[in-house]
Every structure is written in C-alpha cells, then in structure tokens.
Design a protein around this ligand. Structure first.
Ligand SMILES: [Zn+2]
Length: 1021
C-alpha cells in the first residue's frame, strides 16, 4: 500500500512534465535539488517517506548516463544510504521493501564511488548485507540486489578478506552450483562477486580447502556442454575468472592440476576454437593453463655461461663480482669440481604470483614500451652540475702523450713524397689491384715523421658547408697500413692464445645455405679448399666486393675465441648476400601465439608424443652427442659468433633450444646463430628458444614466429633480484626444401670479427692517391684480439705550407660501432660508412677533404667472436664503462676514451662523435644526443636562463640526416640525458670531452615504416 501511494505521489508531483525534464531541473547547475532530496532523506524517520524519496532517487539516477550518480556521490549520498541501511537493520524484522530499495540504489551508485568499499566497511554495512543475503537465499527478488552490492564490496581487498571470514565465499559457491539454467542473471552476479573475492589469497586458499577447484571445473564443463548456443558466455567466463584467481596461489595451481584442470580446459578450449566469439574463454583458459603448467628449471647444470674466461682480476662490484661470489660454474670449472650448483639456480614455483594484473589474457604487446615511458621521467638527469659539460680531460698530458702516435696526420709534413710522380700514376687510379697496393705501400712515408710546419688552426668547417666541387687533380700515394704500435692492455700471460688453429673449410656442400629461412646462395657440388673460387666467387666478388672466402679463412686463423673455435660457418665464408626482394614488415597475426601456446600445453596432454632427447649440449665435453639415425636434426654453433648451448628434441619435429649467456654472465640471451643439418625435406620443424628474456619483441609479428612467456622459471639472480620471473619463448617454424642441406639461423645477419678484418683488408684496395687511409691497432683485447683504428681523410694537394696546414687542421669526426655484439646491423652500417668514405663519389671526396675521420669499427671484438649478446669477456656491458673504464678489463673503451682525451688536451676535440647501435623494436634510424635544455624541459627542475644557454648545434646533424636520409626519423630522436646512461659513450664524450655533437645512432633491426625504404606490411592472412 505504502509503495503504491508513494508511486502515485511522485507521479502526481511531476506528471505535467516528462520525468526527464524535471530530472534535469533538479540536477541543473546552481540548483540544490539533490542536496534538498538528500537532506530530506537524512531527516526522514518514517519508512514510507524514506521509501518515497528512494523511489524518486531511483528514477532520477536511472537516466543521465551516470553524471547524476556522480553528483549524488559527491553530495554524500552514499553515506546517507549506509546510515539508513544501518538504521533499518535494527528494526526487527527490517522492512523488506526498504532493504530492497536501499540495495538497488547502492548497487547503482557503488561502482561510481571510489570510496564505496571503505564507506561500507566503516559504517558497518558489510554485515547487514551479508546477513540479509544469508536469510534470503531463496528470495530471488531481494537476493539479486544484495549480490550486486556484495559484488561492489568485494572489489575492495580489505572487504574481500572480511567477507570471506563471514562465509561469503561459501555462500557464493552455494548459489553458483550445481549447474542450473534457472535465474542466470543471479548466477552471473554471484560469479562476479566470487571472482572478486577470490583475488584475495586467503579466500583463494579457502576455496581450495573447500574442494571448490574441482567443483568449478565440473561446473565449467557442464556449462560448456549445455550452453550449445553460446548464450551464456559471461557465466562461462565468470567461472574461468574464479579459476584464474584461485590459481594465482601455488596451492590453487596444485589443486587445478590434481583436478585434471589442464585436460579439461585444453579440451574445452579446443572445442571453442572454431567459434570466434568464444575467444575470451580460450584466452582466459590459455592464461590459466600457462600459469599452472609446472614450472621448470632450464635444462642446464648452471645458468652461468657454458664458457668461462679467467679474468686478470675481478671487478670490485657489479654483476661479475656477484657472479664470482657464487659457487663456481661454467664448463671448465665444472670439470674440476663436479657438484651441482643449486644456489645459482634457485628456481622452482616459488611464488604466489601477483603478476596476473599485468599479465592479462591479452598479449602483453606494449608492456615494455609502457615501462619505458613510466621510468623515463625518473631517469632524467636533474643535477644541473652533471648536465653541464665539464670539458675536463681528467688525466695529465704526460699519460696521454703516448696516444700521439695514433694522430700522425696532425703532424705529417709529406716532405718525402713525390707529388709529381703520384700525379702521373693517377691515370690508373681506377683499378684496384693488389699489386698496385703493394707499390703504393713501398712509397709510404716513414711513420711518425716530425712536422716542420707551423700551422695556425683554421676555423672548423660547419657541417652544412661541405663543398661538393673540388679539384680532382691531386693524386698522392698514401701512407702505409700501420699495424705496429698497438697499446697493450698491460697484462702478460693470457693463456688463451691459439696458434694456427685448424680451420675446417673443406666440408661438402650441395644445397643452398639458409640464413633465417632465406636462401643466401645456391652452391652446387664442389669440395676442398678451393671451394670459394670454384663455386661462384665471381658473382661473390661482384655482389660483395669486400668479400673473399679464402681471405676470410685466413682471418679466422688469427681470431681468438674462448672456446677455441676451429670451424667456419658457411654464411660467413661465402658472404652475406641480401635477398633480392624486400621482405614485408610483419604484422601481429591473430591466434598465432595462442596456437603455439596450446602446442606447448599438449606436452602435458599427450605425454606419449614427447621424445625429450638431448641432441646438442655444450655442457657435455663430448658434445654433440647425437647419433646419426636420421630421426634427429644435427645442431652446431661452434664457430665464431655462434651461440647455442643446448638443443633438446621435444617431439618428432620440435626442438627446445637454450642459448648461452654472455661469457662470465648468467643472462643476456637474445643473439643466436646456429647451424642445422640432417633435416627431412618437406617436414615442418618447430624451434623454441626457451630462455629469452625481454618481455616484448618484434618476434611477435608474423605467422611463423612468435614470442611468449613460458614455464621456465628464472632464478632471482638472473632476473636482477626479482622473484618469480619466467623466461620467454621465441618460437618459429620452418621447413627445408633441400636434402642434405646445411642451414643457419641467426637473430640478424651475422657480422663476425673475422669479417671485419677481411673487410678492412679489402678496403685497402679502394685507396687512391687522393685518399689518406691509415689502419692502426689501437690495443689488444682481453681475449687477445686486436682492436682496429682507422684514419680516413684526403691527401693534401701538395706539400706546400698552405696545403699541409689545411690538411692538419681539418676537424675530426670520430665514429665507433658494435660495442654491443648482438647488434650486428651496427657493423653493416659501419661497413657502408667505410665503403662510402673510401668511395669515388664527389661527396665522399668532399668529406675527406673537409674532415679527418677517426673510426673504431668494432669496440667489442671479444664479445662478437664469442657470440655474446651484450657484454665483453668481463661480463659487463662496455657501454656502461665509459666514466671509469678499467685498463685491463675494458681496454678498448679505456684506449678509445684516451684518444678522445688526448684530442681534448691538444684542443682538437672532434666536431662529431657518433657510436653506432642497433635497435630491436623501433623502426627506422635515429639518434640520441645530449642537450641541457631538452633535459631540463622534460623534468621539473628549475633552472635559470644562464643554465640553459646552449648552442643548438646538436640538432643540426640529425636534422640534416632527416632531410637527406630516407631511413632517418627525426621523430624518434631524443636529446635527453638520462641517469641510467651516464656512463655511455654518448654522455661521457659530451660531458667529459666536451663534444657537443655526441650521439648514439640507432638503426632498426626490423625495417623502416617511412620514406623510400618503407616496407609493405604483409604476412597476415
Ligand atoms: Zn646497443
């Protein structure tokens, strides 16, 4: 009766106008309509009036897209509702209608009130709703709003625990089971509430203890079987969400496995696959199965690198020191003390993990990028003192004087040259024969001749004043290649030299060599050491002018690797010919990741398919161990830059691969390079690199390749102290079209140290009488390899005082590359740079006449030789050692920095410094530079205008590049100085040497999505 009366009253009061309009009036700006209503509600003591006001509110809040609910909440409406609720609960029995209306309203405003959960708990409303629910389990009309309110309560984690204690988890289970299609809306709300409650570990444990994992799985199966027309997807999803949250705890995962959850979810998901609308079910199932897949250790005796290099001394702190403080590992030491190394690899299913929020059903596509953005601000250098370049050479000149020998061009006087005879020789300057080089070398001046010229320094040329037209007449023989005078890093007995290692280049080849699935060239027949000249060295010479297979083998003989490699990989032997077509830029293809993950789960579902046979293992001295029964592929990576530690045949055509970590390290797995043979023609093989570490990767793009988190646990040591991290699988499939083939797979086109030596040697052939090219050995590396230093400029026109002065006063441009061994593209870009600078184009000539180029083409030869991804032999990232490089541990950095310090001392700091890198995720080519202004702008620090005085020159070079180089993207450049980068070449050369134009140049490992080189996207079907 009261209800009807109220309804009528309300209708008569507003009936002349449509309710919508009057509602607007009540809510309009300046109107205190809502306040009036709430005040009346608060002050009303009798149930009928309260109900009337609640009806009005209910109508009012139903329209208006939630904006009104916002006003209601902001005016304190929620609190008033809770007050009334508490008051009403004290009446015995409480008014059912009042309870119904109150809960309906609370259910409506709850999701819009961020403090809802706290308000409910503090007011004591939780218990009122819980008791009401318990008393009305059969009263659907009242039960529904109660469950809706409980659902909102439960999203607050403190409430969830308290509700669990009060038996709400059990109540929800009672409501959702057994299977019944009656009252599905109630069921849906109960499942949502239950899902929220189970986010609490205590509740999840309660559910496991109550045997509910089994019940949930049975229910899920019932719904799966009976919901044939897929009308109740949300209920099925709700059940999965409950399972997902329970399996966040270890106990839950165990219960799930014990209840045969893997098989149940696998089978149901497989049946859902054809129905696209059921994707949410498949994705959540997949997430649960991945989580519950028993965590494993990597199949290794230790995660420390398989190869160990004895350092002259151990750094005091840092990753290497940490590694050394652990029990010994690595192949060599293992042979001495043969005991398991548990402490290094303390990995089991160690966590009740909470990563589900980040690791949602959707692929973690932008995880890393987001992380980058989040940390970017914390990482900005805010110390103005550090932002201002010091130009402090830091070392006494006496110590630096020794580097004078690398700058002969600054004192050269060319008095011994016959400029006339070199002019006459110019007629044949276009042919590059080795005999010609030999004659030139005889004409070379004595090294280090002392200058008698006195030159006043010229103004350095600006970048944009490069003259394109120049007199081409002066042809002068060039100085000799100088291989002596390398700076020794100081230590004596490095026991790892190898002399005249037997190089195996006599293998029989019949099929095309494959690199990353692309046929690089086809080689028919032929064997023996003259293989290179026999099979197509002519087109090799044409396509790869700097390549020479025989010379390559010679170079390999002088290269020193820790594992003492004695083989040569065919792709490096024959040279890398790029594909004639442009590969499309791959797109992320729907369902690829899922199907690969399902194949992984099938390992548990169909254990009979599992072969589990180790076919390659560096940790076993007799590796490789595979017998040739034709049932397994043969693997090999024991050649320069090779990186494969172990291969396990999992199923007939599937292999798990483990990459070696960088030497003296226990992580950095990304670069790979290995050989496969013994394949069956036509079969599709799947390869899984199971110890990748990056959370996202370009490998997620494509149909045959994908990347996902796997079930191999990472020890906290290898994960930088974080517990419960997993490795990632990079998986790809391929089939082979030729019998008895030898195929190679690599992260990117390899570029070995021996390749560099070969290219540098062949570069001599580009020398003309115009070109001044000098090759020095800067120093020896820890591993006994020499670090080349190149000087390229133009010869002076004559030995007249003016010409010699112009020659000596050319500004210097300092380039370096390949500090990170895995970024092989940096070497290919460097090769292009060298070819260009040595080339015959007018622009190259003009550059040589304007500048002196000093180039360290490979800052980390040891890392490259040994197949590292990031580090040198000391297990450290050399591009984090520039602030304080150690003479013994980081000789290449120490001496390169010294060269720059020397230049700063003699007031000849380079105009430009640029270090070449490769970027694994971003497209195009771009630069990082250093600017005080742009760093300050990005941070909150206050700076005076004098602090911000800065020449804008640092932007000129990237700007010019963006205008003339189609691959260059100005938009990707950054000029912010980050704290985490303070010991990189770019920042140290800027800050300490005072080079304003100091850059890191990043080239994409994937491709371009702009300009002339823009790749078509494709690959999706
Ligand atoms: Zn790099």
């Amino acid at each position: 009766m009261e209800y009807r009366y109220g309804r009528r009253y309300y209708q008569s009061a507003v009936s002349p106008e449509p309710p919508e309009k009057s509602g607007k009036e009540v809510m309009s700006k300046g109107s205190s309509g809502m306040e009036v209503i709430l005040a009346s509600l608060e002050n009303t003591r009798d149930v009928p009036t309260t109900l009337n006001i609640l009806y009005i509110l209910s109508e009012l809040l139903t329209v208006g897209r939630g904006r009104r609910v916002g006003v209601f909440v902001s005016k304190g409406g929620t609190g008033i509702l809770f007050q009334i609720l508490i008051g009403a609960s004290k009446e015995l029995p409480p008014s059912e209608e009042l309870m119904l209306q109150l809960h309906s309203l609370l259910a409506k405003v709850g999701p819009k009130d961020r403090k809802f959960g706290v308000k409910a708990r503090l007011s004591g409303a939780l218990n009122v709703t819980v008791n009401l629910t318990k008393q009305n389990l059969q009263n659907t009309k009242l039960l529904l709003p109660c469950l809706q309110v409980l659902r909102v309560y439960s999203t607050n984690s403190v409430n969830a625990i308290s509700l669990g204690k009060n038996g709400v988890v059990e109540i929800m289970f009672k409501i959702v089971s057994p299977y019944s299609k009656k009252n599905t809306s109630l069921l849906k709300v109960a499942l949502d509430a239950l899902g929220a409650l189970l986010k609490s570990k205590t509740n999840a444990r309660r559910a496991v203890d109550g045997g509910h994992v089994h019940i949930l799985l049975a229910l899920y199966q019932d719904w799966h079987r009976n919901d044939t027309r897929h009308r109740h997807m949300l209920i099925r999803k709700g059940l999965l969400v409950c399972l997902r949250n329970i399996t966040n705890i270890k106990l839950g995962r165990k219960a799930f496995i014990d209840a045969d959850g893997m098989r149940i979810l696998y089978n149901s998901s497989t049946e859902c696959l054809p129905v696209r609308t059921l994707d949410p079910l498949i994705n959540t199932s997949s997430l649960i199965m991945r989580k519950c897949f028993p965590k494993n250790r990597l199949p290794l005796p230790t995660i420390k690198s398989a190869f160990h290099y004895q350092l002259p001394h151990i750094p005091a702190a840092g990753p290497v020191a940490q590694l050394y403080s652990q029990p010994p590992g690595g192949r060599k030491i293992l042979q001495l003390c043969d005991r398991p190394l548990k402490k290094v690899d303390d990995v089991v299913d160690e966590s009740d993990n909470e990563e589900t929020d980040a690791d949602t059903e959707n692929d973690t596509e932008n995880e890393e990028d987001e992380k980058d953005q989040n940390t970017a601000n914390d990482d900005i250098e805010t110390d103005l003192n550090k932002l201002h370049p010091k130009k402090n050479p830091g070392r006494p000149f006496e110590e630096l004087r020794v580097y004078e020998r690398f700058f002969l061009e600054l004192s050269e006087d060319f008095q011994g040259y016959n400029f006339e005879s070199s002019k006459s020789a110019s007629t044949t300057s276009s042919s590059f024969s080795s005999s010609r080089i030999a004659t030139q070398q005889k004409d070379s001046p004595p090294a280090g001749s002392i200058s008698s010229h006195s030159c006043s320094p010229l103004t350095p040329l600006e970048l944009d004043t490069i003259h394109l037209t120049k007199d081409q007449e002066a042809h002068i023989p060039s100085p000799d290649t100088q291989q002596e005078g390398a700076l020794n890093s100081g230590q004596g007995g490095r026991g790892l030299k190898q002399d005249g290692s037997p190089v195996n280049a006599t293998r029989h080849i019949q099929s095309p060599l494959l690199l990353g699935g692309i046929a690089t060239r086809r080689v028919e027949g032929g064997s023996g050491s003259n293989l290179g000249s026999e099979c197509g060295s002519e087109d090799t010479a044409l396509l790869l002018p700097l390549h020479d297979p025989d010379l390559y083998v010679e170079m390999v003989k002088g290269t020193h690797s820790v594992p003492q490699y004695a083989e040569v990989a065919y792709p490096d032997y024959f040279g890398h010919v790029p594909p004639t077509f442009r590969e499309p830029l791959q797109e992320r293809v729907y369902g690829v990741q899922r199907s690969k993950i399902f194949q992984d789960i099938e390992r548990l579902i169909h254990p009979n398919d599992i072969v589990d046979k180790v076919v390659y293992d560096l940790d076993i001295p007799s590796c490789p161990v595979v017998e040739d029964d034709g049932e397994s592929l043969k693997f090999n990576s024991q050649f320069e830059s090779g990186n494969l530690r172990k291969a396990v045949q999992v199923r007939k055509y599937e292999y798990d691969l483990v990459l070696n970590s960088d030497i003296n390290s226990n992580h950095y797995h990304q670069w790979f390079y290995f050989e496969v043979s013994g394949m069956r023609v036509g079969a599709t093989y799947r390869f899984n690199i199971i110890n990748s570490e990056k959370s996202n990767s370009q490998f997620n793009y494509g149909t045959d390749i994908c990347y996902y988190k796997n079930h191999f646990a990472r020890s906290s040591i290898a994960a930088g102290g974080q517990k419960g991290k997993s490795y990632y699988t990079m998986t790809f499939s391929t089939s082979f079209s030729h019998k008895d083939d030898v195929c190679y797979f690599a992260y990117h086109y390899p570029y070995t140290y021996s390749t560099l030596k070969m290219h540098l040697s062949k570069l001599e052939a580009y020398r003309t009488p115009h070109i001044y090219l000098r090759q020095d050995v800067l120093c020896e590396t820890l591993g006994g390899n020499s670090c080349p230093l190149l000087t390229i400029t133009a010869m002076p026109e004559s030995n007249s005082n003016d010409h010699i002065c112009q020659f000596r006063n050319r500004p210097l441009i300092f380039l370096s590359a390949r500090v990170h061994p895995g970024e092989t593209n940096a070497s290919w870009v460097m090769k292009g740079t060298l070819e260009f600078l040595m080339g015959s184009s007018p622009l190259a000539g003009s550059l040589r006449e304007s500048y002196i180029f000093k180039i360290v083409p490979m800052l980390n030869p040891d890392g490259v030789v040994n197949g590292n991804h990031r580090c040198s032999l000391s297990g450290e990232d050399l591009n984090r050692q520039w602030q304080n490089p150690n003479l013994e541990l980081h000789p290449t950095i120490y001496h390169t920095k010294s060269l720059l310090q020397y230049l700063a001392h003699i007031q000849r700091a380079p105009l430009v410094y640029c270090d070449y890198h490769g970027h694994s995720r971003k497209k195009n080519v771009f630069m990082y530079g250093c600017s005080v202004k742009e760093t300050v702008w990005q941070s909150n620090i206050s700076a005076t205008s004098s602090d911000l005085q800065e020449d804008l020159g640092y932007r000129a070079l990237p700007k010019i590049l963006s205008q003339i180089a189609p691959a260059f993207s100005m938009g990707s450049c950054s000029f912010v100085v980050e704290r985490s980068k303070e010991s990189t070449a770019r920042v140290v050369v800027w800050r300490e040497i005072g080079v304003q134009r100091s850059y890191t140049m990043e080239s994409t490992l994937c491709g371009c999505d702009q300009g002339k080189y823009k790749l078509k996207t494709g690959g999706s079907d």
